[in-house]
Design a protein around this ligand. Structure first.
Ligand code: SF4
Length: 436
């Protein structure tokens, strides 16, 4: 017999957009009378917001469901997100799932779980997912993440680009942008809740357009919110960053000097096969302009290793580009076949051991680049928005250009923006002292 308020636990796999949506679902469940408990604790309702970008994400999804049912065998399990959209047949075979909600209905999920008073274990899954993607029906609903001092602000969803390796256009539908007034309202609410940095989140945010307003127009509106100290652009497609955004970034006191521009490959043949919309030279020309326009820019990228046809020569081109371009870090992903994408039919698969070795090489390069980037700031002062303490008891936070800084301090620095003198590098952090 259940006593007290029923508990709901939520867990996110995958991207910032999923994190933002999970936070909103948690808010709604709380309003409905659920008590939100940390993921991993016994619960009456589990909401798993899934990803299907890689094989690993699917494996993790299955693992998390089994893990929860071990400590909470009576829990009502609702699975949503991209895997619930694209892998519904597979999910139907996973024991213990009560509800599968594709992305299309994600934000209505709270309406489909049992009300707190009626919560009980259901014997069989009920299925909301539809395999027919009526893309125009995709619901665009905002969501702010409230578990750290940075909050994700969802401004856009979906993608029309159809890169040949990517399942996201199938999982999240066509591109559409959130209404400006709605976005501003949520941003103001997040700032009122204490967030000082907002990360603009979506699938292809450079394509933001709403009633004639562009991404830059939205940023300019957001800048006026009192109490908001920083606006950060999350990953943005290389071909979608307008020049005036770079100029604005250089002049703005709020827009972070940070771009994460997915390169994916440094080989033109592979980029073509990936259906990317630029050549390596186009990318390099843009980066050169960005670095020139925005002093101190932190530049990150994604690289996808092991795409079909990536021989030694193609990988060498990627390594050359990754070495020559001024990246401060790289996120390295291994290619995995996603059913339904164009790349599935491509020949010349790369052996897993080769993919692993290439990923290691790039991960090593990323570590070196990050440390070289941090090294440049030793002896300088930077502004850091502190978040939390790390395992070593240091307060850590980020600079606008995405350098992670750690300091030892007896004061509570959470959510405070401080000037820090950088003295050195330790444990992968730039370390220093908070200035009075
Ligand atoms: S731009 Fe390409 S990789 Fe990015 S979401 Fe769209 S299809 Fe996927």
């Amino acid at each position: 017999m259940m006593t007290g308020r029923p508990r709901a636990s939520l867990h996110t796999l995958g991207c910032r957009l999923n994190q933002a949506e999970t936070a909103l679902l948690a808010d709604r469940l709380q309003q409905d009378g659920y008590q939100i408990v940390d993921y991993g604790r016994p619960t009456d309702l589990l909401v798993l917001n899934t990803c299907s970008v890689t094989d690993e994400a699917e494996r993790m999804c299955r693992y998390e469901i089994r893990r929860t049912l071990r400590h909470s065998p009576q829990a009502f399990v609702a699975v949503t997100g991209c895997y619930a959209q694209t892998g519904v047949e597979a999910l139907q075979q996973v024991p213990g799932i009560d509800l599968i909600v594709g992305n299309r209905h994600k934000m209505s999920l709270p309406a489909h779980v049992p009300s707190p008073s009626a919560l009980r274990k259901r014997p069989a899954p009920s299925l909301l997912h539809t395999k027919t993607l009526d893309r125009d029906d995709f619901v665009l609903d905002g969501a702010g993440d409230c578990d750290s001092k940075r909050a994700n602000l969802k401004i856009q969803d979906g993608c029309n680009f159809m890169c040949s390796f990517c399942l996201i256009p199938f999982a999240r539908g066509h591109e559409r942008s959130r209404r400006i007034d709605d976005t501003i309202r949520e941003a103001e609410a997040l700032v009122a809740r204490g967030h000082r940095e907002l990360v603009l989140t979506g699938v292809n945010i450079g394509r933001y357009t709403q009633g004639g307003s562009s991404l830059l127009d939205l940023i300019q509106r957001l800048e006026h919110i009192a109490g908001l100290e920083r606006i950060r652009i999350s990953s943005i497609e290389p071909t979608t960053v307008p020049d005036d955004l770079l100029e604005y970034m250089a002049a703005s006191t709020k827009l972070c000097r940070h771009l994460h521009l997915p390169l994916q490959s440094g080989d033109d043949g592979i980029l073509r096969a990936m259906n990317r919309r630029y050549t390596v030279r186009d990318y390099a020309v843009f980066v050169e302009q960005a670095m020139r326009t925005v002093p101190g820019l932190g530049l990150g990228t994604d690289v996808l290793v092991g795409f079909p046809g990536e021989g030694d020569a193609q990988f060498a081109n990627t390594l050359t580009a990754a070495t020559d371009l001024p990246f401060s870090y790289l996120h390295v992903f291994s290619y995995s076949k996603r059913p339904g994408t164009a790349a599935v039919r491509m020949a010349d698969a790369v052996p897993p051991a080769t993919v692993k070795a290439r990923s290691r090489t790039l991960a090593e390069l990323s570590r070196a680049r990050r440390m070289a980037f941090y090294q440049r700031y030793v002896g300088s002062t930077v502004d850091v928005l502190f978040e939390t303490k790390d395992d070593a008891g240091r307060w850590t936070g980020l600079t606008g250009n995405y350098m992670r800084v750690g300091v030892t301090s007896g004061n509570d620095l959470a959510n405070s923006l401080r000037r820090v003198a950088i003295e050195g590098i330790m444990d992968g952090l730039a370390v220093g002292e908070v200035l009075p």
